[in-house]
Design a protein around this ligand. Structure first.
Ligand code: DX5
Ligand code: ZN
Length: 224
């Protein structure tokens, strides 16, 4: 796969018409569908759970990138794997037994991701890096679409890339939050493998052009 992988988040879609949202993601040349699961506890909003993932699975062949913004994700990862998620990302801050949860995801034949919010240092996930397929760096505080990107989080992406090389690992790095036409140049400079786009995607009239422009802001090449 050529990087960057573009993963529109349906958080900013019309929840009464998810089929149309999926068709627009497919037509735009995007690579993955990003699904933001929120429980009203780890973050204030509540979005959707496994039933939505299962129904979306039946409607698209694109990889489903499930971002769990929920407390105690270790209790839920198996259910999301069973629902048809391909990539399941949990928050380090929400999970005491992170290693066990990541192992459960991998044992289900799925790819395991770990995310950190802006205030969490990279050092807090260093031990778990050999056990992940993806690290999602939040570039806004989680919970809402349409927020402004926090530039200091891009520095974290750069440091994580250096750490990945020094540890000789090959997990993917995802940037999530505040990515739009105004910020894509600085995001591309940090060079994550995956960009999640929510409000910018669903507010764009020409979604194909937006995705094309975002991809061309990056130096193309194979993902890590
Ligand atoms: C925020 C979510 C994001 C969100 C991004 O907590 O994790 O995936 O949908 O939305 P934008 O691109 O609007 O910042
Ligand atoms: Zn997300």
């Amino acid at each position: 796969m050529i990087h960057p992988i573009v993963a529109p988040s349906i958080l900013s879609a019309d929840f009464t018409d998810i089929s149309s949202a999926l068709r627009s993601i497919e037509r735009s040349g995007s690579d993955w569908v990003h699904l933001d699961v929120m429980d009203g506890h780890f973050v204030p909003p509540i979005t959707f759970g496994t039933k939505m993932v299962q129904d979306i699975r039946a409607q698209t062949k694109l990889p489903l990138d499930v971002h769990l913004m929920i407390a105690d994700p270790e209790r839920q990862v198996q259910a999301f794997a069973d629902a048809g998620a391909d990539w399941i990302t949990l928050h380090a801050e929400a999970c005491i037994h992170g290693h066990r949860a990541l192992q459960t995801i991998r044992e289900s034949g799925k790819r395991a991701g770990l995310s950190i919010v802006p205030s969490t240092p990279l050092s807090s996930i260093a031990e778990l890096l050999p056990f992940v397929d993806l690290v999602l760096i939040m570039t806004v505080n989680p919970g809402y679409g349409g927020q402004k990107l926090l530039p200091f989080c891009l520095e974290k992406i750069k440091r994580l890339k250096a750490l990945r090389s020094s540890m000789k690992l090959d997990f993917l790095i995802s940037a999530d939050g505040g990515i739009c036409a105004d910020t894509i140049a600085e995001v591309a400079e940090a060079d994550p493998d995956i960009i999640v786009i929510g409000s910018a995607f669903f507010s764009a009239k020409d979604k194909g052009s937006l995705v094309g422009e975002m991809k061309s802001a990056f130096t193309r090449g194979a993902v890590c």
